[in-house]
Ligand binder design. Structure first.
Ligand code: ADP
Ligand code: ADP
Ligand code: MG
Length: 678
């Protein structure tokens, strides 16, 4: 036994906070690490100690194994927990730990190396007679060999990066003619993201379910499973909603998957927590091994809620040499748990990640609700890391009850200052289809035209009325400075000097929306202007600011005879509306800008693609002279650990490509110019 007394957590955000919570319970001192951007982050505040490890870019801090090791040595930590992502599947950090007598809370170098390459992992699974997706995972990477193998597999097929993860480095090939180009792109993407361009080929299943099995192993030869999870609701091969246990799947098949997972774990002499992922063809019920993740997973809380096991505690205990405190027979599942990932992103605008300060933050509480988060009011969502803000996890005796509690939790989560996928998540779990068979096509099937929030113009009208009301309030208090500056609006003034109407401009999904507001003292008429003035829509808004002395920021609003209570926040030129079920942020453009700056830029952007935020160009799918149809993907960017497919804004011809795969680009940088069709 090697008792852990001081544990360094080589991670940030919610997972760092999650590990700190288990440390507290076990009486272990926790040590956070932080980059420049995270100096005031929650994980730093919650830990007993914290060490600075470098600049904001992950490569300089959370991905720098040597910095992490130096921090651990400096603070005399006896163990390192890697969390998920970052260095959790890096053999480099484990090797450094071994050389310095520091316990790595995770599996051995050999397990990570064996499972880290999908080619190798599949070969091991095949040797253990675990079914794998039909395909090719040979060592020969010659393009001709790959092509002839793909002809044998048939189409559609998937080219996967052997070193891939997080849904990256995958490409569908629908026909032989697409193969060569897709292969080149997959290899290039994989090389730049993972430094390894080996690929494998798999038959592409059209209606698969993602089913995975949680395993735990100790250093005494015990490996158990903690049942299964379903993570079929995905977007871009990334999980959005996850649940435990799996429903609508025969017990025989489930038992077979448990057995396969344990067999693989035993073969690896697996130490700690791991997940064996499978896909199940919803039409044939054929199940295939996909990969093994040799770490804790984002969705681990669902398993914790239905088994009563603290997985982080188990990881720590087995890392210090203890045997698992339960046998397979002692483990049971009771009830149902569902998790939703709340992200800073705009689902109505191609899920573009959002950054900014969390101006308003109130987590919901309630029976059967668990929130795992790493932020608080005032925290900043920076462009350096992923966009996950919190996980809402609900437990109930039945799946129906867990769903209702999750809905309550999502409804009552107040978050403001930027857009989130809160309403989208609510939309996902309130569809009748959520109670039928789930496949990875769920989101595409439910929202074939993309997801759009309800009542968008009505909420814009409320935001404009609130801004007008706030402007008048500011004007009334002398210390606030020049009210006209703060208004961000034009005013037409009647001869008497009283304002007749104000004009506002909202930038929404790449378009400028003009709003005319008339009225004062809490009573307004807001007209949303259409380009040709024919379909102008007018709203009557009564609005009352919160009582100054009260702590809450609730506004009373009545719009077209319907009353509601809203949290309304103003920051710079943004107005955020928040209430149960609602989370909207609108960017108002100041007058001068709407005539000169962003408006001009927006106009110009109708024939160009610009970087959506600082990030890296991973793929350029077009070249100068190509013909392109509006909406077709022209470029792929990675920002905040997510892949963004940027579509052509118009049909026409590619005029100029100003970037190449691998380029780091600044926010707003011009990437591709188009010559629109007449
Ligand atoms: P998991 O399998 O743990 O649920 P994913 O498969 O979604 O996680 O992603 C794989 C890896 O990519 C994880 O290690 C995770 O850290 C990282 N990742 C991807 N997207 C996110 C996200 N939104 N938030 C946090 N980590 C993410
Ligand atoms: P990653 O390492 O990025 O998590 P996985 O191999 O686990 O890669 O696949 C991620 C997701 O991609 C799966 O959950 C599934 O939705 C989809 N996927 C993977 N392989 C296939 C396949 N052969 N056919 C259809 N979908 C697949
Ligand atoms: Mg996976």
């Amino acid at each position: 036994m090697n008792t852990i007394r001081r544990l360094l957590i080589a991670n940030r955000g919610e997972i760092a906070c999650r590990v700190i919570a288990s440390c507290k319970r076990l009486g272990i001192e926790s040590v956070a690490v932080f980059s420049d951007a995270d100096r005031n982050a929650q994980h730093v505040r919650k830990a007993d100690l914290a060490v600075y490890i470098g600049a904001s870019a992950a490569s300089e801090s959370y991905l720098n194994a040597q910095s992490i090791l130096d921090a651990a040595r400096k603070i005399k930590a006896d163990a390192i927990h890697p969390g998920y992502g970052f260095l959790s599947e890096s053999t480099e950090l484990i090797t450094l730990c071994q050389q310095n007598d520091i316990i790595f809370v995770g599996p051995s170098v050999a397990s990570i190396a064996d499972m880290g390459s999908k080619i190798e992992a599949k070969a091991i699974a095949q040797a253990l007679e675990i079914p794998t997706v039909p395909g090719y995972n040979g060592a020969d990477q010659n393009s001709d060999v790959l092509f002839s193998e793909s002809e044998k597999i048939g189409y559609p097929l998937l080219i996967k990066a052997s070193a891939g993860g997080g849904g990256k480095g995958m490409r569908i090939v629908n026909a032989a003619a697409e193969f060569t180009e897709a292969l080149a792109l997959a290899k290039q993407e994989s090389l730049s993201a993972f430094g390894d361009d080996r690929v494998l080929l798999e038959k592409y299943l059209v209606r698969p379910r993602h089913i995975e099995v949680q395993v735990l192993g100790d250093s005494h030869g015990n490996v158990v499973h903690l049942f299964d999870r379903e993570c079929s609701i995905q977007r871009n091969y990334q999980k959005v909603i996850e649940e435990a246990p799996v429903s609508h799947l025969g017990m025989d098949l489930r038992q077979k998957l448990f057995d396969c997972a344990v067999r693989l774990g035993k073969h690896l002499s697996y130490l700690g927590a791991g997940t064996v992922e499978f896909i199940v063809d919803a039409d044939t019920q054929d199940a295939y091994f996909l990969e093994m993740n040799t770490r804790l997973q984002v969705e681990h809380p669902t398993t914790e809620l239905v088994t009563g096991v603290d997985l982080v505690e188990c990881q720590i205990r087995v890392a210090q040499g203890e045997a698992l405190s339960f046998t397979q027979e002692q483990l049971t599942v009771s009830g149902h748990a569902i998790e939703a990932r709340l992200n800073a992103e705009d689902p109505a605008n191609n899920y573009m990640p959002e950054t900014g300060v969390i101006e308003l933050y109130r987590e919901p509480t309630g029976e059967g609700l668990r929130i795992d988060s790493g932020v608080a009011q005032g925290s900043e969502i920076s462009p350096f890391y992923d966009s996950m803000v919190a996980k809402v996890i609900a437990f109930g005796e039945t799946r129906g009850l867990a769903t209702r509690r999750l809905l309550t939790g999502l409804n009552n989560f107040s978050i403001g200052g930027f857009k989130t996928n809160q309403e989208f998540l609510i939309g996902l779990i309130t569809r009748p289809a959520f109670h039928q068979e789930l496949t990875t096509q769920y989101i595409a099937k439910q929202f074939p035209e993309g997801w759009q929030p309800w009542g968008e113009v009505m909420h814009m009208a409320i935001a404009a009325a609130a801004k007008a009301e706030e402007g008048q309030f500011d004007a009334a208090s002398p210390q606030q400075g020049n009210p006209w500056q703060r208004m961000g609006s034009w005013r037409l003034t009647e001869p008497s000097g009283t304002p007749a109407s104000s004009w506002f401009c909202i930038e929404h999904a790449g378009e400028l929306i003009e709003l005319a507001v008339t009225g004062c003292h809490g009573k307004y008429e807001v007209t949303i202007k259409q380009e040709d003035d024919t379909d102008n829509e007018t709203f009557h808004v009564l609005i009352a600011r919160p009582q100054a002395k009260l702590e809450s920021s609730y506004w009373q609003v009545e719009i077209n005879n319907t009353r509601c209570t809203l949290d309304i926040l103003f920051s710079n030129n943004q107005v955020s509306l928040s209430s149960p079920r609602l989370n909207r942020s609108y960017d108002f453009i100041s007058l001068e800008e709407s005539q000169l700056g962003p408006a001009a830029a927006l106009k110009d952007s109708s024939a160009a693609i610009r970087a959506v935020m600082p990030g890296v160009v991973t793929d350029v799918l077009v070249k100068a002279g190509d013909k392109i149809v509006e909406g077709d993907t022209a470029l792929v960017m990675e920002a905040m650990k997510l892949i963004h497919n940027l579509p052509a804004p118009c049909s026409g011809v590619v005029k100029e490509v100003l970037c190449a795969a691998g380029d780091s680009v600044a926010d707003g940088a011009l990437l591709i110019e188009f010559e629109p069709e007449e």
